[in-house]
Design a protein around this ligand. Structure first.
Ligand code: G1P
Length: 308
């Protein structure tokens, strides 16, 4: 079910990364186009934004990302060939991606990091809160996260990030958050953030996963944010600045930007930028598909019992 929220209508999807973990598959194909069962990974992410009521989608792309634009555009030649064959089912599937959302594109130019990619969205976003969805994180469509984050943003203002508890040994792969509880069990107040810390220095095992609802004040902060971890302009550093500014409501008086809260996600998330997790996502989603699932599950069961 599609929802709508006053004030938040735009989603930003950074998609300029090189996809080096999937070479050589990503030598000439954007990593976002790798299929998860029979849809490119990026389509799940756009569908998630639309389901949460955000039908204005800006993709921040780079060189060699033209297939992304083609995927969300009409393909008249293919559509008329399928029409002539009377293949209504496939025709509908082809048209689905071009009818999904109002798509916009901006190029990042220099790959200066996630914070820089988000900053490229500033002219399009304007002065409304907006969502950022990272393409490598696939949130299972049955476990809504973004609509809850939008709801919390409506309640507390400021910015809201998605968090997930991870094995402390894995925290160096993520932004890590220092948190305080709130009255709501799944919501925490963020008091500090560190991008990809050494496990010994991590404030907690709460990892940032790739969903954000941001106050537009983040743009000004990003403009002033120096390169951080990996020599890149980090979104985490800009959010740390916001969290620090709002250490307490009294500190925050008169300051733009609002507090930072986290929604703790306990649902199914796949990191399709990681080869192992990418394979797990495909197997899980294939098992659950009505059309492919029954046969695939039978095969998988016998494969696991007989051949492994
Ligand atoms: C980015 C963010 C990081 C976050 C992660 C989630 O890192 O910088 O804070 O935890 O996404 O997937 P990346 O994985 O793009 O290096």
């Amino acid at each position: 079910m599609t929802q709508s929220h006053p004030g938040i209508s735009k989603a930003v999807i950074p998609a300029a990364g090189l996809g080096t973990r999937f070479l050589p598959a990503t030598k000439a194909t954007p990593k976002e186009m790798l299929p998860v069962v029979d849809k490119p990974a990026i389509q799940y992410v756009v569908e998630e934004a639309v389901t949460a009521g955000l039908s204005d989608v800006l993709m921040v792309t780079g060189r060699n990302k033209r297939p992304l634009e083609d995927h969300f555009d009409r393909n008249y030649e293919l559509e008329s060939a399928l029409g002539r064959k009377g293949d209504a089912e496939r025709l509908a599937r082809v048209q689905e991606s071009s009818d999904l959302a109002t798509m916009h594109y901006v190029r990042q130019g220099d790959p200066k990091g996630l914070g820089h990619a988000v900053l490229c969205a500033a002219p399009h976003v304007g002065d409304q809160p907006f969502a950022v969805l990272l393409g490598d994180d696939l949130i299972d469509p049955r476990d809504p996260l973004l609509s809850r984050m939008i709801e919390i943003q409506g309640q507390y203002g400021g910015s809201v990030i998605a968090l997930m508890e991870v094995d402390p040994a894995q925290i160096h792969l993520y932004g890590s958050a220092a948190v305080e509880p709130t009255a709501e069990g799944d919501v925490v107040r963020i008091t500090g953030l560190v991008e990809k810390p050494d496990p010994a220095d991590a404030p907690s095992n709460y990892a940032i996963i790739g969903r954000y609802v941001l106050d537009p004040a983040v743009f000004d902060i990003l403009r002033r944010t120096e390169p951080g971890r990996g020599g890149e302009i980090q979104l985490t550093d800009a959010l740390q600045h916001l969290a620090e500014t709002y250490e307490s409501a009294a500190d925050a008086a008169g300051k733009a930007g609002g507090p930072v809260h986290g929604v703790v996600f306990k649902g199914r998330r796949y990191d399709t930028g990681d080869r192992g997790d990418y394979l797990r996502a495909i197997v899980r989603l294939a098992c659950e598909r009505e059309d492919l699932g029954p046969e695939f599950r039978t095969w998988l069961r016998s494969y696991v019992t007989e051949e492994m």
